[in-house]
Design a protein around this ligand. Structure first.
Ligand code: ADP
Ligand code: MG
Length: 380
């Protein structure tokens, strides 16, 4: 067990790291953060912020020597960095989970190889092979760069053959990546996610499934409890636990799911870290995803993930800022609202600046209240 008072190293300094540290501090842990570009949102609540590239081996070594265990809030860490760190201190989750979840093709190959339901896909590594991959997939489809994508970045949706006529142009537009996957577009009836926390001894807990609404490929809202059948809920939890075991995760794994028209669940992607769709757990559950992650990597017993009240989370992107910050007093005049701001400075469009939750008593009414608050903030 890594006792409270010990120091936890976190790779990545965004809002996920910030909320991880806020939760861990309540348990008495100290934090060092490693982030290429400072000052960062997590650095403001850390004991020490190291700003260096993931290729700076000396800086990585110093970081590892100063902490008792290492975890991450960002999975796209170069494998060489993880290897170096792992030789000095435990890195959780381990290399296997990171290697697979860093790369869309490896992720899909893993799911397919494990007999788990995933989106039909082809892959390509040139403008030429993209042409045949798109033809084999059919329309609509979506091209995704295999590595380094997030919040819909590195993705192009193609609705009809005309849009795929010039694959040289598409390839340039994607930045000539080493590899892409082409996925069939799923006409799903909803998006959901399950977060599973797992300890080294295989103990697992799952958080209540979230129903997620995306706008322009970015998460807009999470609704909990998800409005689904008990069978779907159980199926989602089983998938997440199965993946956590197969990847030998220590910490969290978030599994994004599509609910198909025929009632089956299809896995979209996984993330071996806290997840945006789990932010509702801070206000809605007895234990948050962040606290559970800390408990997993320090080998403390898990807390209850019970949902206390119906909770709706809404993301606040830089788009709602405009000339001035939104009117927080108006939002907080509803006493059921809990506001979380990440202190990121400049509010650029698409940048995740904060979120709020409405903690209600009935899910439909809670959702209506949350959307009404959001519409007022966004000036709609
Ligand atoms: P990111 O890493 O940006 O989260 P995702 O692959 O999860 O990338 O895509 C973001 C969103 O785009 C999804 O949550 C979903 O709303 C939509 N999307 C992506 N791929 C598909 C697909 N094959 N079928 C339907 N919707 C998709
Ligand atoms: Mg996603």
């Amino acid at each position: 067990m890594i006792a409270p008072g010990s120091t936890i190293g976190v790779l990545g300094g965004g809002q996920l790291g910030r909320m991880l540290m806020l939760a861990g501090r309540a348990l008495g842990y100290r934090f060092h953060v490693f982030e290429p570009k400072g000052p960062c949102a997590a650095g403001m609540v850390a004991d020490l912020e190291i700003n260096a590239e993931y290729t700076d081996l000396d800086a990585l070594r110093r970081f590892a020597e100063g902490v008792d265990v290492i975890t991450l809030e960002f999975e796209n860490i170069p494998v060489e960095a993880i290897e170096l760190l792992s030789a000095i201190k435990p890195v959780l989750p381990g290399q296997q989970a990171l290697h697979i979840c860093q790369h869309r093709q490896r992720e899909k190959d893993f799911l397919k190889g494990s007999g788990l339901p995933c989106v039909p896909f082809e892959y390509a590594d040139s403008a030429d092979s993209l042409k045949s991959a798109v033809e084999a997939t059919g329309f609509p489809c979506v091209i995704k760069t295999a590595a380094f994508g997030y919040d819909g970045k590195g993705q192009i949706k193609l609705n009809a053959p005309e849009e795929a006529a010039d694959t040289e142009y598409l390839w340039d537009f994607l930045g000539k990546p080493p590899r892409v996957v082409v996925e069939k577009w799923i006409h799903h009836i909803g998006e959901f996610s399950v977060i599973c926390a797992r300890k080294a001894d295989g103990t697992k807990t799952t958080f209540p499934m979230a129903e997620n609404v995306h706008v322009h490929h970015i998460l807009h809202a999470s609704i909990v409890p998800a409005r689904i059948t008990e069978a779907t809920r159980t199926a989602g939890e089983t998938l997440a636990c199965d993946i956590a075991d197969k990847l030998d995760v220590v910490g969290l794994i978030a599994v994004e799911l599509f609910l198909d028209e025929d009632g089956s669940l299809i896995i979209n992607e996984m993330a071996p870290r806290p997840h945006n769709s789990g932010h509702y757990t801070i206000d809605g559950c007895l234990t948050s995803q962040f606290e559970q992650h800390i408990r997993a990597v320090t080998d403390l017993p898990f807390g209850s993930t019970e949902l206390l009240r119906p909770t709706v989370m809404i993301n606040l992107l830089g788009d709602v800022w405009g000339e001035h910050a939104p009117d927080w007093s108006a939002l907080l005049s509803d006493p059921r609202v809990k506001l979380h701001l990440y202190d990121k400075g400049e509010a650029r469009p698409g940048r995740k600046m904060g979120h709020f939750c409405v903690v209600g008593s009935e899910v439909e009414e809670t959702l209506a209240a949350a959307e009404a608050h959001y519409a007022r903030l966004a000036g709609a």
